[in-house]
Design a protein around this ligand. Structure first.
Ligand code: SAM
Ligand code: SF4
Length: 357
């Protein structure tokens, strides 16, 4: 059943006025699928399999990070069990993320099993690319459909400064390895930062075009205690205007099922996307939830309400109880987030590496 077929009623929603809410009747018909109280069907889960990373990107982590002890992170078996329950509820897309998912020991054990899960049509991965030269082929063989690779700069010294540790050459080899392994429509993710990488946006687009990659520019989000963001924030509009000076950009109606809005360059297959949590709120079509490495189910990236799935899993609950906890979480999915441009005050205290971008 799809959203459009659900009947909606207007009811007041706390902070933000009147929102369409799903009627009790429609809710009964939606049984067996995940539908929130605003009638949005949830078909996409982003699963963070570790909070650890081999980089320390300045916008994502503090220099000194303390990571979770092993027993406070979902085991790979627990991740698989949670994924099965979501797929049983109609979720057909799962993104593996982190932290850096490919630094989790035995990550491939999980990915191979997820790739073989009936009903999970679209298994995808977000990575910093540092391990891809080794893992691109096994990922492809395991059934991963598409990879997103973070790349904010093409300059080695700048790459080191932004990631504090990373080696650009290794990531570029990882991008080549993804293509050699047969991945197509690989997407680069670049966080836009004024005074840090904004002189390279056209070069990044040209790199994407030359290498038959898509690219999305991401507005920096106020997650975690990191200072100085208000000086580096750039809107998607500004970047698009700058790119328009060099490329002809045609608006595209295509969607990858995510919050990005796409543009095309005539004569190129590359899509240029903009993810704009500040300047364009994308909540009304939200179809996703996030699960952190410690098993918290966050119905919204920008809000702090969560359901503790680890507690449910470790209480000895059977799959029916786990499924019920997931269904019940729909009750706390808010209409949306309200990131403002007051970037220095973190409105959400989690780091992105915890929630899994
Ligand atoms: N380590 C992997 C990577 O870097 O692609 C996966 C996890 S990372 C948290 C996922 C995405 O979140 C990356 O594309 C990263 O650039 C983005 N990200 C991290 N912190 C961010 C922030 N404060 N604002 C916007 N995007 C952020
Ligand atoms: Fe690691 Fe990705 Fe965060 Fe960078 S953005 S520190 S690569 S988790």
């Amino acid at each position: 059943m799809h959203n459009e077929t659900l009947s909606l009623e207007s009811t007041p929603d706390g902070q933000s006025g009147f929102r369409p809410q799903i009627s009790a009747d429609a809710l009964r018909h939606a049984e067996g699928t995940l539908v929130d109280k605003y009638g949005r069907r949830i078909t996409y889960v982003r699963l963070s399999i570790t909070d650890r990373c081999d980089f320390r990107c300045t916008y994502c982590m503090a220099e000194e990070m303390s990571f979770l002890p092993r027993d406070q992170v979902l085991s790979l078996e627990e991740c698989l069990r949670v994924a099965r329950v979501f797929v049983g509820l109609g979720v057909n897309k799962l993104r593996i993320t982190g932290g850096e998912p490919l630094v989790r020991r035995d990550a491939m054990w999980l990915i191979e099993r997820l790739g073989a899960l009936p009903g999970l049509d679209n298994l995808v991965l977000t990575t910093n690319g540092s391990q891809l030269d080794r893992y691109a082929r096994p990922l492809r063989e395991a059934g991963v459909r598409r990879i997103n690779i973070s790349l904010d700069t093409l300059k080695a010294d700048r790459f080191k400064a932004i990631t504090r540790i990373g080696d650009l050459g290794k990531v570029l080899r990882g991008i080549d390895a993804a293509r050699a392994a047969g991945f197509s429509r690989t997407k680069l993710n670049a966080v836009m930062m004024r005074g840090i990488n904004d002189d390279e946006f056209t070069d990044l687009v040209q790199f994407a075009v030359d290498n038959e990659l898509d690219i999305s520019f991401i507005e920096e989000m106020p997650l975690g205690e990191i200072h100085g963001r208000s000086t580096t924030y750039i809107s998607s509009e500004e970047t698009r205007d700058r790119l328009a000076g060099r490329f002809e950009l045609l608006p595209s109606t295509e969607s990858s099922g995510g919050p990005a809005r796409y543009w095309r360059i005539p004569g190129s297959a590359s899509r240029i996307g903009f993810i704009s949590p500040h300047s364009h709120n994308f909540c009304d079509s939200c179809n996703r939830v996030r699960i952190t490495a410690r098993g918290e189910l966050y119905p919204c990236l920008g809000q702090n309400d969560a359901v503790n799935l680890m507690q449910v899993l470790r209480s000895g609950a059977d799959d029916a109880a786990l499924r019920q906890a997931v269904v019940d979480s729909m009750g706390i999915k808010p209409w949306g987030h309200d990131f403002t441009q007051q970037m220095d005050a973190p409105q959400v205290v989690r780091f992105m590496s915890m929630t899994g971008g």
